[in-house]
Design a protein around this ligand. Structure first.
Ligand code: ZN
Length: 351
């Protein structure tokens, strides 16, 4: 027998909300989007945004004849001596991170889940897509979230050193940095024909890897900032990169512009906004289950470092794309709970 309705539906909903509020209050929490959730300090100075407002423009990809899809930098095709590109997961022979029955993918990192043979084959395919030859050597480094920058030459491809940035003026090789959420940054000196690639996660960004990297280019190659062009590649965007308060402290202690790098992000779904508890299990780790989450914009942080190093704003490009939002296109360490392939950003001087 169906329950007898003794009150209008809205009154029933209201009483449910009151019950939910009582449970929240009992746990020291508040439901209201304007209220402060547990552990959230006063962050009135940060702009409130929804993920949609913060999402970067989607990346425009190029599909090579061998099936590899990569992201070129708009306008860099005019620099005739330059090779460059940001890889995606599309193309390649790895199947370990792909859904069942799907095509091979372009995992470019020696991860525990993939075979060395697959990765080497994928690197050859990527080199071919960018340079026309699978034999073009790629110099990689053992990345350690530092601000260490190494000078690469023809011998570097066989023996990776440790660090998070590489630069060279030697033609015929690609410099590669690997990411799966972190921000890759590529730089080219149009006058002196020198190039650099940087890996900037939050740690490297706090250590100013990009800013000090430009300084190293000045030292090694006599680069002038006004001759440099830079591109910030796909990574975990401000729409997705929820962080803890400790990162706020780290960035605030280092950068006067830190307040501009953080946003308070509210889920734009009104149901989720009202009943965040109901969606607890659907949220990725690192996201605050209740109330707003603090999001860091690593694209902007690295753009600010390029500006601080003297680059002209019009010479800095954003490749677009977010690894958290475009999971069919990019590998994301966060979105796949740590079990992800690796993408590579490469730059080189035509041999
Ligand atoms: Zn995103």
């Amino acid at each position: 027998m169906p329950p007898r309705r003794t009150s209008p539906a809205s009154a029933t909903v209201e009483s449910h909300i009151n019950e939910i509020d009582a449970i929240f209050a009992g746990a020291g929490l508040v439901r209201s989007r304007r209220g402060k959730a547990a552990g959230v300090r006063d962050r009135a100075k940060y702009q409130e945004k929804t993920p949609e407002e913060l999402r970067p423009a989607p990346a425009q990809t190029l599909r090579a004849a061998n099936g590899v899809e990569f992201v070129p930098v708009h306008g860099w095709e005019k620099i005739s001596w330059l090779w460059h590109g940001f890889s995606t997961r599309v193309g390649g022979v790895s199947t370990t991170y792909a859904g069942e029955g799907s095509d091979g993918e372009l995992n470019l990192g020696f991860t525990a889940d993939d075979s060395r043979e697959n990765v080497l084959r994928n690197r050859g395919l990527f080199a071919e897509a960018v340079t026309g030859s699978a034999e073009t050597p790629i110099a990689t480094i053992r990345q350690i979230h530092s601000s260490v920058i190494t000078l690469a030459d023809a011998a570097s491809a066989g023996q990776p050193g440790k660090g998070d940035g590489q630069m060279t003026d030697t033609p015929g090789l690609l410099l590669g940095v690997m990411t799966a959420d972190c921000i890759p940054v590529l730089v080219a000196d149009r006058k002196r024909r020198a190039v650099a690639a940087f890996h900037a996660g939050w740690r490297g960004t706090v250590k100013r890897i990009v800013e000090s990297g430009i300084g190293r280019m000045r030292l090694e190659f006599g680069s002038r900032p006004e001759d440099l062009v830079a591109a910030i590649g796909p990574g975990n965007g401000p729409c997705c990169y929820a962080v803890g308060e400790e990162l706020l402290s780290e960035f605030t202690s280092q950068f006067s512009y830190a307040p501009e790098l953080f946003h308070e992000v509210y889920d734009s779904d009104p149901v989720k906004q009202k009943y965040p508890m109901l969606f607890l299990t659907q949220r990725a780790p690192g996201h605050s289950p209740i109330g707003p989450s603090l999001h860091l914009d690593l694209f902007e942080a690295n753009r600010r470092q390029l500006l601080a190093a003297g680059l002209r704003p019009e010479n800095i490009s954003l490749a677009g794309g977010c690894t958290g939002c475009q999971r069919d296109l990019f590998f994301s360490h966060r979105a796949s709970q740590g079990r992800a392939g690796r993408m590579m950003a490469v730059i080189g001087i035509r041999g």
